[in-house]
Design a protein around this ligand. Structure first.
Ligand code: ACG
Length: 407
């Protein structure tokens, strides 16, 4: 499957209020399908006080700025009529502290007990995890605006199952499970919970970790291939295949369950990191791997974006449908940060890059690589060579060129 990740607020506006919305996506389905997508992954569509929506205040409705539940059903219907699938980003690990549950049903959340260390920090950025409230200290792993749901309480599991059933009833085919490794501290318990919630092949778990950790989650559902993503960029930067070679070896047992990607709403955009030729070469690498392939909206026209944890919106500029960015459909909820008007970065002007991008994905689909197996993997100097579906693939990390020969 080729999945197109849409940061809904920035993609396409249909209502004229400048905020990307569900009907705008319906209007843009020809473009999305032309890239080669078989599915669309929407970042959170729920009511939320933030621009990103990963802190929902109601998991059973659509943020009115994005449209209605009826619009979501129509989008699902349009996708299904094109034999495409709809995947919803689902933050079930926490809610916003402004969610009515937080004030009305505190038992659904995690409150500090005397043995908890109130100075506990997030390992990757040192952010505090416990936050003060008149009722005690609540756990908000992703900051004070979020409150973590307590899956030790059966009522929480019950609510989560109701959320999943509700959206499946609206035509949603699968989910991108946010923060999937954080429900419990123990990975084994997380895997059991995710299995209990019924996520399967049509869904993907966000487990941003090393393959040794990700592996147990891959027994339940799809998982993002953070390992190959990091290794591929390093190999291209150093013009040496060894990082990628070792990452492929480490993830070889998971390959069919892996969702490969080059950019996301949490990372810098591939074109900013390794340039146009690097980005196309990186695509031609992941497009010859088994599993699913995710395209972050705008990467097909080489949109730029540098991730800044204090300004995460910098990697989710409005999609530049035209050079002036004043044309119908532009979601100018924020000023473009890295893809400025009249900079030559719009869909109007990126035709040549777009055609090369599409061709790489077309070949992947034509050869059926997503169902293949990597065989005869070997590294010779700056060349990485392997076979898949009877095709010999030669990835040259000095020239950044891919060559394919029929086996
Ligand atoms: C998800 C969403 C993100 C969202 C939230 C909260 C979670 O995609 O948009 O934030 O709902 C961690 C979590 C992820 C989380 C990211 C942002 N993403 O695990 O679920 O943070 C290390 C850690 C990872 C960590 C990562 C962050 O291990 O756990 O992800 O750092 O950079 C190698 C290592 C790997 C290591 C990397 C990077 O790859 O193998 O382990 O990852 O290096 O060092 C949203 C907004 C936020 C807002 C929040 C409330 O985007 O801005 O604050 O909501």
């Amino acid at each position: 499957m080729v999945v197109y990740e849409i940061f809904i607020r920035s993609f396409r506006n249909s209502s004229g209020d400048g905020i990307g919305d569900l009907r705008g996506i319906i209007q843009a389905l020809d473009h999305i399908q032309s890239v080669g997508a078989d599915a669309v992954w929407l970042t959170p569509i729920f009511p939320s006080p933030s621009f990103h929506g990963y802190d929902p205040t109601d998991l059973f409705s659509v943020n009115p700025v994005y449209g209605s539940v009826q619009d979501l059903k129509e989008l699902a219907g349009e996708l299904h009529s094109r034999s495409m699938k709809l995947i919803l980003d689902l933050p079930l690990h926490h809610t916003s502290v402004l969610h009515p549950w937080f004030s009305e049903r505190p038992e659904l959340y995690i409150w500090a007990s005397p043995q908890d260390d109130l100075n506990e920090r997030r390992p990757w950025d040192g952010g505090f995890v416990w936050h003060r409230d008149p009722r005690g200290h609540y756990r908000g792993f992703f900051g004070p605006c979020t409150a973590d749901l307590n899956y030790e309480n059966p009522k929480v599991l019950k609510e989560a199952k109701k959320v999943i059933e509700f959206w499946k009833g609206m035509g949603v085919d699968g989910f991108r499970v946010d923060a999937a490794k954080h429900f419990f501290k123990d990975h084994g318990r997380n895997v059991e919970l995710l299995r209990e919630l019924g996520f399967g092949d049509e869904s993907v778990l966000e487990v941003w970790d090393e393959p040794e950790v990700v592996g147990s989650y891959a027994e339940v559902s799809g998982v993002f291939n953070f390992s190959v993503w990091g290794a591929l960029k390093a190999s291209i930067a150093e013009r040496s295949p060894q990082h990628l070679y070792h990452a492929l070896i480490k993830t070889s047992s998971l390959l069919k369950r892996l969702w490969h990607f080059l950019s996301s709403h949490d990372t810098s955009r591939i074109c900013s990191e390794i340039g146009e030729e690097g980005a196309l070469f990186a695509l031609s690498v992941i497009s010859t791997l088994p599993g699913n392939l995710v395209v972050y909206y705008g990467d097909e026209i080489c949109m730029k974006g540098i991730y800044d944890p204090h300004h995460p919106e910098d990697v989710s500029d409005p999609f530049p449908w035209c050079e002036s960015m004043c044309c119908r459909g532009t979601a100018l909820w924020k000023s473009p940060r890295h893809n400025l008007p009249h900079s030559g970065s719009s869909l109007q002007r990126r035709g040549e890059f777009l055609e090369r991008f599409k061709e790489i994905i077309r070949v992947r689909k034509e050869r059926g690589f997503c169902e293949g197996e990597i065989e005869e993997l070997e590294m010779r100097g700056r060349i990485l060579r392997y076979e898949i579906k009877g095709v010999e693939v030669i990835q040259d990390f000095s020239s950044l060129k891919t060559e394919m020969r029929r086996g």
